[in-house]
Design a protein around this ligand. Structure first.
Ligand code: HEM
Length: 413
């Protein structure tokens, strides 16, 4: 597996032969040096074929409009072989509704989506506010700590525990399983084989199977397990499909929102004039949240496979080809987004970004994610919390989840 970690060195992105340009190396995401490579592809070869990569041959789709053309054409661009550039071995790739086509996709998605319907979000609002306040209130003063752990992970994991009605005291298991689920096995790491990854995820399945058994024998309730246990679309799932959908919901609800909370703090620290703008006009908070999510792009890519020959841009894509939609690049396409490399909280059309995808798989939980970020920022503004980043952020080495493991901060009085 170590080849998947290949570092392509520190070559000049403008001098590499275009045919050999491979943007997939996780190291470039970890050290945040990926940007000029995507800029070059958008400029010179927006639909780019890479013949030779640690993940096999694949197409990179790097411009906003082409990404939407792929994402909204689920008949030709199928997610059934997986949604990440890495080819997970079939026996380790359980089915889940993000990898399904209509009608089954819609039936299963429809089973869980009431949890994030506006009336339920309205009910969750006061709970999130209460928790955000408690987390912020409990932060150490004038002492360095990791924002990712104490705030980003804590708030999102508490939320996920509520969505599943999962035992609150065990909630950190959710973030652990989420981290394992998105990791590609690497030599020298705790998860160094697909089998080890599956062993941890089967502990997750066992835990949730106990919850399932208690919910199926009780009245239906508004939590994700009960909803799946009682719906005709999901109540007969086998254990692999149950695990697949659990992982989808755990990762969906966890990493993405967590990394947007972390990214938001980083961007406000890097752009003090934007933070001042927000402090002077707190009504900008919703707009700031959308800009944070665009600028972070917590899911860097989604992958599809072509089920028929098709032309995208001026390129002929063949049936079976692997196609990677780089949302991270489309979100910096300045043909669509003015001054796209800048973080501007009151930009025009701020919601026009690709971070939640498009088409039938567009993120189910997007309004909940936005709500959590909005409330957290409102509470930080209300409490006049001044959080300074006091060390280098540590980014995760992944071309899929764009995020951070450490952001050292201090709350200054
Ligand atoms: C799908 C991003 C928060 C649950 C997706 C997709 C993306 C995404 C890119 C795939 C879209 C596509 O293929 O077109 C994000 C981001 C979030 C976030 C950036 C936070 C900032 C959440 C939350 C939940 C969630 C909080 C659950 C509570 C899901 C599910 C899917 C999904 C279940 C699969 C939808 C389907 O296949 O129909 N998300 N997500 N996400 N997301 Fe999110």
């Amino acid at each position: 597996m170590d080849t998947l970690q290949a570092d392509h060195g520190r070559e000049d992105p403008c001098n590499i032969q275009l045919t050999g340009l491979d943007v997939s190396g996780p190291k470039r995401f970890q050290d945040d040096s990926i940007w000029p490579y995507f800029e070059r592809l958008r400029r010179e070869d927006p639909v780019h074929y890479c013949q030779d990569s640690p993940y096999g041959p694949y197409w990179s789709i790097t411009k906003y409009r082409d990404i939407i053309a792929v994402d909204t054409n689920h008949k030709v661009f199928s997610s059934e072989q997986g949604v990440t550039i890495v080819d997970v071995p079939a026996e380790h790739l359980p089915p889940s509704f993000i990898k399904m086509a209509p009608p089954k996709h819609g039936e299963q998605r429809g089973t869980v989506s009431p949890i994030v319907a506006p009336e339920n979000l309205a009910k969750l609002e006061s709970l999130i506010r209460c928790r955000a306040r408690a987390i912020l209130h409990g932060l150490p003063r004038n002492e360095t700590f990791n924002w990712v752990d104490k705030v980003s992970i804590e708030l999102t994991t508490q939320m996920l525990a509520t969505l599943f009605d999962f035992p609150f005291e065990d909630r950190r298991l959710l973030s652990y399983w989420s981290d394992v689920a998105v990791s590609t096995p690497k030599q020298g790491h705790a998860i160094d084989s697909w089998d080890k990854r599956s062993a941890v995820l089967s502990e997750c399945l066992d835990y949730f199977a106990r919850l399932w058994r208690s919910r199926i024998n009780a009245e239906p309730r508004l939590d994700l397990i009960s909803m799946m246990a009682h719906s005709p679309a999901t109540r007969n799932m086998d254990s692999r499909e149950f695990l697949g959908n659990l992982i989808l919901l755990i990762v969906g609800g966890n990493d993405t929102t967590r990394n947007s909370i972390s990214g938001g703090l980083l961007f406000m620290n890097q752009n003090p004039s934007e933070l001042r703008k927000l402090r002077d006009n707190p009504m900008l908070v919703s707009s700031a949240v959308s800009e944070i999510i665009r600028y972070q792009t917590p899911i860097a890519h989604m992958r599809r496979n072509a089920s028929a020959d098709i032309i995208i841009g001026d390129k002929q894509i063949r049936k079976g080809d692997k196609v990677v939609m780089w949302y991270i690049s489309g979100n910096r396409d300045d043909e669509i987004i003015d001054n796209a490399n800048s973080f501007v909280i009151n930009r025009k059309n701020v919601r026009q970004h690709l971070s939640f995808g498009f088409g039938i798989h567009r993120c189910v939980g997007r309004h909940l994610a936005e709500l959590q970020l909005k409330i957290l920022w409102e509470e930080m503004l209300n409490g006049r919390l001044n959080v300074k980043i006091v060390g280098e952020p540590v980014r995760v080495a992944s071309n899929f989840v764009r995020g951070y493991s450490v952001i050292p901060v201090q709350v200054v009085a």
